[in-house]
Design a protein around this ligand. Structure first.
Ligand code: F6R
Length: 594
């Protein structure tokens, strides 16, 4: 959840760290802090965003340092709980992302030995353990420390008198950027891009030691070599450019991302995945699991795969898979995670893998933890996503699911050809939803009058209703619930009245007549209805209060167009309410705790 960074080079460490931390802020933004090594370690931190830290910070000289943006887990956001944390003597400083699950007994023991703790964090045991083992060599002390830690960590540490960065990881991401006379380590790639596009992914259990011009990676105490991987993301992709928010920029990028996905449709890694899918048919079945928006992509994937391939698919929330007493009886599993770091997904995946399942991961981030765990990986190629609310990565996940399903030989030829034609029209259709945003904006403004909203859909647009509700609630703070349209009368009808609007997603498909009936039932309870309808629809507009007209496509592809409209609906509602759209309260982009 937190973002960590370390720098060693020939520039001002303070300058580089603060810039990098701004680019990591989507990982956590309730506190921030830096430590810069000069003759001594200078620390400046607070319960504030990076911008405020920059404005209030004294100037430190020094070309080695570490920085942190926090999403609080242990202890409220406050100056003492903010990272970096120090040992008793203030000679060792470190930043940490992850959770040290055995910190209590370690802390009790350290206190009994005379160590004085200042914060409520789990992290603070680490500098004290390093202090205990320190005999003048930071990497050695870190090696002796990490064997005592349980849980997850990415750590970057510095020590007075040692001009180097020392770092380690276990189930939390850490990427090393190799620049010209400088080395950076960070939780994610974006802050590295202004310096280099050459990276090395540190693996679990490894320790890295960097000075300005050299890097050493140690595995089980022995030096190991690691390939440098070129990154195809550019520094420009991590800027907002003319957009007010990353979320809007990312919504606008979607036609291009769909186009790009179509260009690669029948090439990338296809044969490998193809063979896997054949095995799924003979196995016990296919399980897709994920969290949040990625889970909604999985639900849509179920409809697509069942329809096209006639394979029964089960979709579960990763947080409901990982703690079951018995492992779910399936043979093949797909984990969907844009970040590749979601803790619930990773623990479920490793559990299912241990139980003998064949595992495939769909992710957006090269080198992320899921890529190290899954047997096979396929990428969504959406580029970096900064808005905490997932938009373009969701659409890219859907495109990848269509690709996986359409590549199979069993897909009925006519349907496949029809879908391929319809897919090629998607970039223009999505663009027209974006271009016709005024109709959506008017509905967003209307929704800001209410505290509760229902989103309903049927069939493949039921998960779209879930996604529409999730987007609205997370960024505009208007409470919203996604419901299968047919389920409203089994309880939630009691809530329907004039101040409970319903957003109905209606497609001209097998569910149409049932949706019309549901809308009439809702209108009889006087609840306002906003309907997302195909532009050719003449019946629904006469029944509802507001209509958002959407271009026509094949039902199986309709989630793409409908979701883009709902992303805009949520975006404008949040904007009218003056919400911090890219940094919603209490959230973080990468959820690395269970
Ligand atoms: C909502 C959102 C989250 C993520 C969820 C899973 O807009 O972004 O619900 O979808 O945290 O994240 P990943 O896909 O990284 O596993």
């Amino acid at each position: 959840m937190c973002g960590i960074v370390g720098y060693i080079g020939n520039k001002s460490a303070q300058f580089v760290l603060l810039r990098a931390m701004e680019q990591l802020e989507y990982r956590g933004y309730d506190s921030s802090g830096i430590a810069v090594l000069d003759d001594v370690i200078n620390v400046y931190k607070g319960a504030c965003r990076v911008g405020n830290l920059r404005n209030s910070s004294p100037r430190f000289v020094g070309t080695v340092g570490i920085g942190h943006t926090r999403w609080a887990t242990h202890g409220e956001p406050s100056k003492v709980n903010a990272h970096p944390h120090l040992d008793c003597g203030g000679k060792i400083a470190l930043v940490h992302n992850g959770v040290v699950s055995n910190y209590r007994p370690l802390k009790e023991k350290l206190i009994a030995e005379g160590h004085v703790f200042l914060s409520e964090t789990d992290t603070e045991v680490i500098p004290h353990l390093i202090e205990k083992h320190y005999t003048g060599n930071l990497e050695q002390a870190l090696a002796e420390t990490i064997v005592q830690l349980k849980g997850s960590y990415a750590i970057v540490a510095i020590a007075e008198g040692e001009h180097k960065l020392v770092f380690a990881r276990q189930q939390s991401p850490l990427v090393i950027g190799i620049g010209e006379s400088e080395i950076l380590v960070a939780s994610d790639i974006p802050p590295l891009l202004e310096h280099t596009n050459k990276v090395i992914y540190l693996e679990d259990g490894e320790i890295g030691v960097a000075d300005q011009n050299s890097l050493k990676i140690l595995k089980n105490g022995k030096e190991t070599t690691r390939a440098i991987v070129p990154i195809d993301w550019s520094a420009d992709q991590v800027e907002k450019n003319e957009f007010e928010h990353f979320m809007l920029k990312e919504i606008y990028e979607q036609p291009r991302i769909i186009n790009q996905a179509l260009e690669g449709f029948f090439h990338r890694t296809a044969p490998v995945i193809d063979a896997e899918f054949m095995r799924y048919k003979k196995g016990k079945g296919l399980l897709i699991f994920a969290c949040g928006t990625s889970y909604h992509a999985g639900l849509i994937g179920k409809y697509v795969i069942e329809e096209l391939l006639d394979i029964p698919v089960r979709v579960e929330l990763a947080s409901e898979v990982n703690h079951r007493e018995r492992t779910i009886p399936v043979a093949n599993v797909i984990a969907i995670t844009q970040s590749g770091e979601t803790a619930d997904v990773l623990t479920s995946l490793s559990r299912l893998k241990q139980a003998g399942c064949a595992t495939l991961a769909i992710t957006n981030v090269k080198g992320s933890s899921v890529t190290q765990l899954a047997d096979k990986v396929t990428y969504t190629h959406a580029g970096p996503e900064f808005g905490v609310a997932a938009t373009k990565t969701f659409i890219a996940q859907l495109m990848e699911l269509y690709r996986l399903a359409l590549l199979q030989q069993d897909t009925e030829e006519n349907l496949r050809e029809q879908l391929i034609v319809r897919l090629s029209q998607l970039p223009d259709l999505v663009q027209s939803v974006i271009d016709n945003q005024d109709q959506i904006k008017a509905c967003s403004r209307y929704l800001t009058r209410f505290s509760n909203v229902f989103f309903i859909g049927r069939g493949i647009n039921y998960p779209v209703a879930l996604e529409g509700a999730l987007k609205l609630k997370e960024i505009s703070y208007i409470h919203a619930e996604g419901y299968a349209a047919g389920e409203l009368k089994h309880g939630p009808f009691s809530l329907l009245q004039q101040d409970t609007p319903v957003v109905a997603i209606v497609n001209r498909d097998a569910c149409y007549d049932a949706m019309v009936t549901n809308i009439k039932e809702i209108k009889s309870r006087k609840a306002p209805v906003i309907a997302l309808v195909q532009e050719t629809d003449t019946e629904i507009p006469g029944l509802v209060d507001f209509t958002i007209r959407i271009p026509v496509t094949h039902t199986l592809l309709s989630p793409i167009i409908n979701t883009v409209a709902l992303q805009l609906l949520a975006y404008f509602a949040a904007k009218f309410r003056d919400c911090p759209i890219d940094f919603p309260r209490n959230l973080a982009k990468s959820v690395t705790v269970e």
